[in-house]
Write a protein that binds this ligand. Structure first.
Ligand SMILES: NC(=O)c1ccc[n+]([C@@H]2O[C@H](COP(=O)([O-])OP(=O)(O)OC[C@H]3O[C@@H](n4cnc5c(N)ncnc54)[C@H](O)[C@@H]3O)[C@@H](O)[C@H]2O)c1
Length: 386
């Protein structure tokens, strides 16, 4: 038997249940050795299903000596305190997205990770997909050149029943945001992984369709440190799903449209050609290039199990992390900037002013009202389970 990392899962709802399955059945480098949920029935049922000890107090599981690593799959507000506690117990931490709710919590998580010297990963599973990896390689090779414009559309659909499925969902007190903090983070992560973080955003956020207190639609103008502009749109009000990223540069352009990568390489730099050409109607040839995608070996894992496997291998063999926890900060910066801008009606700079965001989230939490209509459901998204 190959070496295995002993994992405990904290938070055994829709996603945590999926992770227990991945750890036990799909990833050879891991073993599920403990589970924890503050709801005793859920903890006990999962413990019995997998034949492992169950806990209702995270700290008791962290101190049990039964686990080397913890996978955090609780609602977002608990990611930071639980990760910090786990690091203090000398555990490796893989957290669900988003990293946490506020940039000040993110700072504390990163400091605790650094201090512990343990591995720290985040579940940004879209980074494992061949088209996204190929896009990232193009960026690293400088194939796009200086960024001139970006675009992100991440449009998904959720029913009211989804929002009613948990008391924490879509509330400022329980979730700390809407589409920006729950559905958009995957594409916000790819967007910033490819195009970098803007220096300033000017956003509008609103609740357009659902009966919820947080935003189900957000749009923003982005301004990058070099003066380039971008546009971003996120919603849970649309069908069919659309996920589009465009990164237009001085030397090339890449588009990711619903999982398909397109790339154009320019014959000249736009900046140089514009002033060198003497032709009135001159233009730059943009050659469409087929970008070869890695073909994963037969039986290779993808998405969530692939992130778990890579995280386990980083512990066992020091394999480089696909999604290091520290890189989760960028998306929290972006989400906080968009919400702060949308709520205050002013442009907001990144890095976000920590005190200003803490003050806003405290205000929003104070206005937040417990839901009157909750019909609890914890089904793992059927698209995610293999
Ligand atoms: N990577 C992905 O594709 C993906 C998909 C879905 C959800 N998620 C993330 O997973 C997290 C959980 O979402 P979900 O849909 O599973 O929610 P859920 O409500 O179905 O499950 C959350 C579980 O956490 C438990 N819990 C709450 N506070 C706790 C605490 N302090 N300690 C221990 N357990 C606690 C609840 O009792 C519940 O069982 C969220 O952060 C979400 O963003 C990620």
């Amino acid at each position: 038997m190959a070496e295995q990392v002993r994992f405990g899962v904290v938070g055994l709802g829709a996603m945590g249940a999926g992770h227990c399955h991945y750890l036990r059945n799909l990833v050879p480098e891991t073993e599920l050795t403990a589970v924890c949920d503050t709801e005793v029935d859920r903890a006990q049922a999962m413990g019995e299903q997998y034949g492992v000890p169950f806990f209702t107090e995270p700290e008791a599981m962290f101190a049990s000596g039964l686990i080397d690593a913890v996978l955090i799959a609780t609602p977002h507000y608990f990611h930071a305190p639980l990760a910090i506690m786990a690091f203090q117990h000398g555990l490796h931490v893989l957290t669900e997205k988003p990293l946490c709710v506020t940039v000040s919590d993110a700072d504390r998580m990163l400091a605790a990770a650094r201090q512990s010297g343990k591995k720290f990963g985040i579940m940004y599973q879209m980074r494992t997909r061949p088209e996204n990896r190929a896009a990232r390689r193009l960026i690293e090779q400088g194939a796009i050149g200086e960024v001139r414009r970006t675009l992100l559309i991440t449009a998904w659909y959720r029913t009211q029943a989804y929002y009613d499925s948990g008391g924490w969902r879509a509330t400022w007190a329980g979730e700390g945001g809407g589409v920006l903090i729950n559905q958009a983070p995957h594409y916000l992560d790819l967007f910033q992984w490819l195009g970098g973080l803007p220096a300033r955003v000017f956003a509008q956020i609103r609740t357009r369709l659902h009966d919820i207190e947080v935003e189900d639609e957000a749009f923003a103008l982005l301004e990058y440190p070099n003066g380039a502009h971008g546009y971003l749109y996120a919603t849970t009000n649309e069908v069919p799903d659309e996920n589009a990223i465009e990164i237009c540069g001085d030397r090339g352009k890449l588009c990711l449209y619903n999982g398909k990568l397109e790339f154009w390489q320019f014959e000249h730099s736009i900046r140089e050609f514009t002033f060198q050409s003497e032709e009135m109607w001159g233009s730059i040839h943009a050659e469409r290039i087929e970008v070869p995608l890695e073909t994963p070996p037969e039986g290779a894992l993808r998405d969530h199990p692939a992130i778990i496997q890579n995280f386990a291998r980083s512990i066992l063999y020091d394999e480089a992390l696909i999604a290091p926890g520290e890189e989760g900060l960028a998306v929290v910066e972006l989400i906080n900037a968009l919400i702060l801008s949308g709520k205050r009606g002013v442009p907001v700079s990144i890095p976000v002013d920590r005190a200003a965001y803490d003050a806003l989230i405290a205000e929003l939490k104070a206005q937040s009202r417990p839901k009157t209509r909750v019909r609890e459901q914890h089904q793992t998204d059927p698209h995610l389970v293999r």
